[in-house]
Design a protein around this ligand. Structure first.
Ligand code: HEM
Ligand code: NAG
Ligand code: NAG
Ligand code: NAG
Ligand code: NAG
Length: 490
């Protein structure tokens, strides 16, 4: 019932707004396209794909679109993009995803748009991903990857749904790394965190509509008092509290939980430049732990899935990946170390190329917070204007990546990376709000693929998706399959 009411209200208000605001860009001499968000909400593809259509259709480097009621600009020029992401960050720090303040779990670094609060939390959480802590968390990641492959071996029916299999791994592995709980084998895979992550993330019509409302009609979202994550609140905050409790008495491990406990011991957090203060309560920290799941499980599972889909279609690349992995596992090694990750350089290139062709996050958006202008043509951008950065379209632009449909990991060889523009490959975003978990994600991707492809290879099968699932940010194709075959070398 609520859904129908929402749909109806959205429809009416979009109509009113489009009529009122149309020509915003045209009157400024900018090409204008209407209705892409609308097409998405009632269409059957992902929003990044609709953006790619627009990107490819018009030559212009700036194209006017609407995010519901908000006049927005899609950017192609990489210098403009760099200004939005980094150079002129002070004018573009907002993502513009409205979350209700009482949505405790929604109040995390990923969603926060209040500058001093975001900056304080970002500064306080960045140390989670220092080499020392990553090295500690890698022990959990590696163990989870190994257990995961053992589990597949013992129950090969899991392979029938490869995406589900990978998602279960990423959610369990994040759970283990964040909470420092040693749960092995099947139990880790059936942990309540995995189930929660599934529920919180699987795109549905209702979450898409909530997204549309929060994005395009913030006041409507507030009036209806929608909350994204409320159903997970009790379970998750409870879980975090009990982990904190147990770990206050236990030995130090140098992981995320230890950092949280240290923050609590130090008392009020304060940013010396903005003077902003925040109490590190269990709730505040639980929300930060929640971002690992929101931001990390689905993205990493998709990156793994697309890497395997591409490898299945490219036997020569697959053979080189096998060589790279076998070299690391040589002499009958039964574990891989944090240091070994650097040796998996070819695997790294393959994963990058898969994320270029299929960026798990296919578009970014920003909201302008003060009047400014773009560097390429001095176009004035007014406060509250939206910016769309169409990552998927950029990654498939032949001017930036010649023969964009071809899978060629050599694009990411160290020599070639040097020649790339900093903002042409944006699988992890860029600038001040770049993915905070990038290094963590790479460890997870490589550890999982190393263990999996040590024991299995892939039956040859070319992957040519016609469309992706209807999702507002991500590219997903969870129905796609490939066949894992036991290798006979070990
Ligand atoms: C392959 C896996 C991943 C991909 C492709 C990915 C991609 C991204 C992208 C594109 C952004 C930038 C969004 C924007 O600029 O609007 C981002 C931000 C973020 N990511 Fe990731 N991510 C991945 C894994 C992870 C993991 C494992 C974590 C947590 C440990 C994580 C935590 C975050 C957070 C907290 C932000 C927001 C940072 C901020 O606003 O300051 N991500 N991610
Ligand atoms: C958030 O939601 C709660 C109830 O879920 C409501 O009482 C409150 O007014 C909302 N706050 C805002 C700012 O919309
Ligand atoms: C806690 O305070 C100590 C002493 O001021 C400082 O060295 C440490 O970095 C702080 N810890 C965190 C996590 O901020
Ligand atoms: C690109 O990134 C490198 C390394 O982070 C930096 O030194 C360089 O200044 C950047 N280039 C531009 C044009 O921003
Ligand atoms: C995936 O498969 C399910 C069940 O067969 C189907 O309902 C759904 O439409 C498929 N999704 C896509 C994107 O093809």
């Amino acid at each position: 019932m609520l859904l129908q009411v929402l749909m109806f209200l959205c429809f009416i208000f979009t109509l009113i707004y489009i009529l009122k605001k149309r020509n915003y860009w045209r009157s400024r001499g900018i090409t204008e396209v209407e209705g892409s968000l609308w097409k998405f909400t009632f269409g059957d593809r992902s929003l990044p794909e609709y953006y790619k259509e627009i990107y490819d259709k018009y030559e212009d480097e700036q194209i006017g679109v609407y995010l519901g009621s908000i006049p927005s600009l899609m950017l192609k020029n990489l210098d403009d993009i760099q200004a939005v992401m980094a150079g002129d960050f002070q004018s573009f720090y907002k993502r513009g995803l409205t979350v209700n303040k009482s949505d405790i779990l929604g109040d995390n670094i990923l969603f926060i748009d209040e500058y001093p609060r975001w900056k304080l939390l970002r500064t306080k959480l960045t140390p989670v991903f220092t080499s020392l802590r990553l090295k500690t968390m890698f022990l959990s990641i590696e163990k989870c990857a190994k257990d995961f492959v053992d589990l597949i071996e013992s129950d090969e029916t899991l392979m029938k749904k490869p995406f589900d299999m990978l998602y279960t791994f990423t959610a369990a592995s994040i759970g283990a790394a964040v909470f420092g709980i040693d749960i092995g084998g099947k139990e880790a895979m059936e942990s309540p965190f995995v189930i929660m992550a599934w529920k919180a993330l699987t795109p549905s019509f209702s979450t898409n509509l909530k997204f549309l409302t929060s994005n395009a009609f913030p006041w409507l979202y507030k009036t209806l008092q929608l909350r994204f994550f409320s159903e997970h609140e009790e379970f998750f905050i409870g879980a975090v509290k009990s982990v904190f409790e147990a770990r206050r008495k236990a030995e130090k491990r140098n992981d995320f939980i230890d950092l949280c406990l240290e923050l609590q011991k130090n008392g009020t957090m304060k940013d010396p430049t903005t003077e902003y203060e925040l109490e590190p309560t269990d709730e505040v920290l639980a929300a930060q732990a929640f971002f690992f799941f929101i931001a990390g499980a689905d993205t990493t599972a998709n990156a793994l899935h697309f890497s395997l889909l591409e490898l299945a279609g490219h036997p020569t690349i697959l053979a080189k990946v096998h060589d790279n992995i076998d070299e690391v596992f040589k002499d009958g090694k039964t574990a891989i170390s944090y240091e070994d990750m650097d040796k998996l350089q070819y695997l790294d290139m393959v994963v990058n190329e898969a994320m270029r062709k299929y960026p798990p996050i296919g578009q970014l958006q920003r909201i302008c917070t003060r009047n400014t202008e773009l560097p390429s043509n001095k176009l004035k951008i007014e406060k509250d204007t939206g910016i769309v950065i169409p990552i998927y379209a950029i990654h498939r632009d032949e001017k930036l990546f010649p023969n964009p449909e071809v899978c060629d990991p050599e694009r990411f060889s160290p020599q070639n990376v040097q020649k790339m523009h900093n903002y042409s490959f944006m699988a992890f975003g860029g600038g001040n709000r770049i993915c905070i978990g990038m290094r963590f994600a790479r460890l997870q991707l490589k550890a999982c693929l190393a263990w999996l492809l040590r024991k299995y290879t892939l039956e040859e099968k070319v992957y040519r998706p016609e469309r992706f699932e209807r999702s507002s940010f991500s590219l997903r194709d969870t129905n796609a399959t490939y066949k894992l075959i036991r290798r006979n070398n070990n």
